[in-house]
Design a protein around this ligand. Structure first.
Ligand code: NAD
Ligand code: 89Y
Length: 346
């Protein structure tokens, strides 16, 4: 069987996980690497033993011999690269956030649809092993009909050390991280029709918000609370774990720190340990994220070969981008409003 030939664009901090993952996934191979920084191209070529290296996406595409492009650059470049790849008629995977604006995200989905190419967003949190276990219990009916979810990510972790660009963005935590959590809320509870949101910047050294609390309306009184913070004093630091509670008519699922997964039904509780798979390049505590990259890329290969859209297709992920922007709009609206404190009646 011929392997799918992947061109990887963007060879920075996170791409290393994608490159490592492609190497262990049967059915795919890295055909070329590309970054505007020649030193990063050379380093990737040496480290991963890849012949073809480029500093320009157009040149990589013009040389042919590629079936799909995996885009791991930072968001400002996503739209132009995805549209370029779509015009070349190749499948494309793009890192989250697909784009910084809703307009760009819609244009990207539209460009891929018109070109007839498959478009997937690298939305990996729903592919974390514990999240697959939670979804399995839920879909198997273990808790009946879910009516409440809490998806929580709170940490003091210095995320700016590895990703310095996050400190200077006008919009930080919802666009960078909350986007994953909003996707998880959709994955567990279905689409949301409305979102209320409160944001705050606690760290004075950064530009955007580092704390956000969102409440999603899934209809029929069903809600999710999605909360995230990079400003929380917490020992031990759970980073980069996402904690989940799902309450249903027949039971509760609770994913606690250190991958302890509880299923509570009446007065019974069953607990399992659901850690990620370790890979030779895994580094604690990022192993949960690194394993999810392998799982997402494997899923992408299976979907591509079967000729069906991946779970996190561009069209599906557009709904997450819409939620992100709805959340920012709601937070902005609240900041502009006079406070409406509850008036207690004597
Ligand atoms: P980075 O700055 O470390 O790397 C980005 C690389 O892209 C750089 O080497 C840069 O030179 C290159 N680049 C930028 N524009 C380019 C262009 N037009 N052509 C060629 N190369 C270009 O960034 P990062 O931290 O690796 O983040 C990359 C993406 O990964 C972001 O979208 C980020 O949100 C995402 N990310 C995802 C996860 C996850 O769990 N899914 C985790 C971290 C980061
Ligand atoms: O960029 C973010 C992501 O996608 O997952 C965690 C992260 O690296 C920092 O918030």
């Amino acid at each position: 069987m011929r392997r799918i030939r992947i061109g990887v664009v963007g060879l920075g901090f996170f791409a290393q996980n994608q490159l490592e993952a492609w190497r262990v996934i049967e059915g795919a191979e890295i055909a070329a690497v590309c970054d505007r920084d020649p030193a990063r191209v050379e380093a990737a070529r040496q480290r991963y033993g890849i012949e073809r290296g480029y500093t320009d996406v157009a040149e990589m595409l013009a040389d042919g011999g590629i079936d799909a492009v995996d885009v791991a650059t930072t968001p400002p470049s996503h739209r132009a690269i995805v549209e370029q790849v779509a015009r070349a008629g190749l499948a494309v995977i793009c890192q989250k956030p697909m784009a910084e604006t809703l307009e760009d995200a819609r244009a990207m989905v539209d460009a891929c649809r018109r070109a007839g190419v498959s478009f997937t967003v690298h939305e990996n949190f729903r592919f974390q092993r514990p999240m697959r276990e939670v979804a399995g219990l839920l879909r198997g009916g273990a808790i009946g009909e879910p009516f409440f979810a809490r998806i929580s990510f709170r940490t003091p972790y210095d995320v700016f050390a590895n990703q310095p660009y996050l400190a200077t963005e006008e919009r930080f935590i919802i666009l960078d991280l909350g986007i994953h959590l909003l996707d998880l809320a959709r994955c567990f509870m279905g689409d949301a029709g409305d979102v209320s949101c409160w944001t705050k910047r606690v760290n004075p050294k950064i530009r955007g918000e580092d704390v956000a609390t969102m409440v999603l309306d899934h209809g029929g009184g069903r809600t999710s609370v999605v909360d995230c913070s990079y400003a929380t004093h917490q020992v031990p630091d759970p980073w980069p774990q996402t904690l989940v509670t799902l309450e249903g008519t027949e039971g509760t699922i609770a994913l606690e720190a250190d991958y302890r997964l509880h299923l509570i039904q009446g007065d019974r509780i069953a607990t399992r340990h659901v850690p990620p798979q370790a890979w030779p390049w895994s580094r604690l505590p990022l192993d949960i994220i690194q394993d999810s990259v392998v799982a997402l890329q494997k899923h992408w290969v299976e979907s591509y070969l079967a000729g069906r859209p991946a779970e996190t297709s561009g069209e599906d992920n557009l709904k997450v981008v819409e939620l992100v922007h709805a959340a920012y709009a709601d937070a902005e609206r609240r900041k502009g409003q006079p406070k409406r404190w509850i008036k207690w009646k004597a």
